[in-house]
Design a protein around this ligand. Structure first.
Ligand SMILES: Cc1cc2nc3c(=O)[nH]c(=O)nc-3n(C[C@H](O)[C@H](O)[C@H](O)COP(=O)(O)OP(=O)(O)OC[C@H]3O[C@@H](n4cnc5c(N)ncnc54)[C@H](O)[C@@H]3O)c2cc1C
Ligand code: SF4
Length: 487
């Protein structure tokens, strides 16, 4: 297992074609805009050695029996699934941001079981290929980007009906020994901090859409792969000397638009190619795992936001007020509800035909549906408790100015004995999560990451077993449990 420092060195060695804020950027690791996101991934490596994280972050490989980082683990039990959620909460506590490495983990667990079942049905040879690929990921302790979301163009049209057929990633040619893919993946979490990309179809494909049913792996630096760094609110504050107004100068998230400009992928890295009937299960299983993940990571970030809000209330001298205590209780209640869902869908996990464990799909979708709402409510309450200064405060950098610095200390003073500088720093941390760069991960991603709210409602509707519930009511009232149409 790599240390965080070894991981950062391994990323430094990659020569990626990346564009950051209008400039081609080779030294990504040293760019203060990018470096916090790299440190957040490094935290997933350091967790395996830290006293607080070791027990959660270390696992035993089902492929080799060797100790591995849980971020490369194929889950072997419900206890493994619960440990994953607890690990994600722990890392949310440490970084207060998206630490990026879970998407690849969730993709791997989905591809592992889907390739097994696809081979069984179609006589293909994908599972052994994927095992071999993932063995290398585990041995080298790599970070893998999980690439599902296509640009999708006109949402009312199927892939082949688009004005531009490249709006969904597709196979444009088959060559001896491999395939050539073209298209783009948007919103890629941690792409520039990853060694490998695991490409998956963006939705269930139908007969006639075989070219779009592609799952494969390629290095982030493969020829023809180009990355465009996504902007986040207030991101350039990270480039200011010392980043005093960044709120969270140490850690941050990263999303990237990645273009595949006719990229060759060798056969041994192709895990689905034209089997449209397995694209749907792959999307569903990946989304299920990632909806479980949010019951850990967003809760961990929520802990920090709740802590910062309680601290601010104390610094402002209102921590004894009953409505303040009640708002903090409400924030905790919402946060723990999300955690409960994450744990519950894990505890009810089951073995797949391939042997790894999958979460309870209904409960994972309930988990994510709550996540589309609760962090926003927690953020609203944090905004309430913080006061208007949250959106209007002058720069922390002005504290050192001999003329205006004293005004800041004088007029931002609260309870005697409280240092106004502490108050300003906590306000910036809250601002980062409710309106700054951190809000991308905490709020926007909570809505859209792992699929928008409607996607979970569709899954909840499918898994709801309403007929079974009608049967319960019928039995209680003396009807036969399964009458025609429940009438
Ligand atoms: C911060 C962040 C990180 C992310 N990280 C990753 C990642 O690492 N990997 C990855 O693959 N993806 C990632 N995503 C992508 C995420 O899964 C998508 O944003 C999400 O699935 C929504 O897709 P979209 O953005 O294209 O929005 P849209 O699909 O355009 O959705 C917008 C609205 O339109 C509705 N809508 C869309 N299509 C239809 C339709 N046909 N009929 C009716 N209504 C429709 C939706 O329900 C929604 O209300 C990330 C997203 C964010 C914001
Ligand atoms: S949003 Fe959460 S689960 Fe997804 S990659 Fe970021 S930290 Fe991991």
């Amino acid at each position: 297992m790599m240390t965080g420092a070894e991981y950062i060195a391994s990323i430094r060695g990659l020569e990626l074609q990346a564009r950051v804020l209008g400039a081609d950027q080779a030294a990504l690791v040293d760019d203060p805009l990018v470096a916090p996101s790299l440190r957040a991934v490094a935290a997933t490596y350091d967790a395996a050695r830290s006293a607080a994280g070791r027990d959660l972050a270390c696992a035993q490989s089902s492929l080799t029996g060797e100790p591995i980082n849980r971020f490369t683990h194929l889950h072997q039990s419900p206890a493994d699934l619960v440990a994953k959620v607890r690990l994600l909460r722990h890392l949310g506590n440490v970084t207060a941001c998206c630490f990026q490495r879970c998407v690849g983990l969730d993709a791997a667990n989905a591809v592992f079981s889907v390739t097994f079942e696809c081979d069984r049905q179609h006589g293909t040879r994908y599972h052994d290929r994927f095992r071999e690929f993932w063995l290398q990921v585990q041995r080298r302790d790599l970070t893998v980007d999980g690439a599902m979301t296509d640009p999708k163009g006109d949402r009312g049209k199927r892939p082949a009906q688009q004005a531009d057929p490249d709006l969904f990633v597709r196979v444009v040619a088959r060559r001896p020994g491999g395939v050539v893919i073209r298209g783009a993946k948007l919103h890629q979490t941690g792409m520039l901090n990853a060694h490998e990309i695991l490409v998956m179809p963006t939705m269930a494909m139908r007969p006639g859409e075989e070219q779009y049913a592609i799952c494969c792996a390629l290095p982030t630096g493969a020829a023809g792969v180009r990355h465009l760094y996504g902007r986040q609110a207030s991101d350039t504050r990270k480039r200011e000397a010392g980043a005093p107004d960044a709120g969270n100068a140490t850690f941050g998230g990263q999303e990237v638009m990645t273009v595949f400009d006719d990229v060759f992928v060798p056969d041994e890295r192709v895990f689905l190619c034209g089997e449209v009937d397995w694209s749907g299960p792959l999307v569903e299983r990946f989304a299920g795992y990632h909806r479980q993940s949010y019951g850990g990571c967003k809760v961990g970030v929520g802990d920090v936001l709740i802590g910062a809000s309680a601290w601010l209330a104390r610094l402002n001298g209102v921590d004894g007020a009953s409505h303040v205590r009640d708002k903090l209780v409400e924030m905790v209640h919402l946060n723990e509800t999300m955690f409960s869902c994450g744990v519950a869908c894990s505890a009810f996990g089951h073995a797949t035909a391939a042997g790894n464990y999958e979460i309870d799909l209904l409960l994972a979708n309930v988990c994510k549906q709550n996540v589309t709402r609760f962090p926003h409510e927690i953020a609203r309450l944090a905004t309430d408790l913080a006061g208007g200064l949250l959106g209007t405060m002058p720069a922390l950098g002005d504290l050192g100015d001999p003329v205006v610095g004293p005004y800041l200390r004088k007029y931002l003073a609260t309870v005697p004995g409280v240092d106004p500088v502490d108050r300003m720093k906590v306000l910036r941390l809250v601002e980062n999560l409710v309106a700054g760069a951190g809000a991308v991960g905490y709020l926007i991603e909570s809505v859209h990451g792992a699929g928008p709210p409607q996607a979970q409602r569709i899954m909840i509707g499918r898994q709801a077993d309403l007929e079974g519930k009608i049967g319960l009511a019928r039995t209680l009232l003396g009807h036969s449990p399964a009458g025609a149409s429940g009438r």
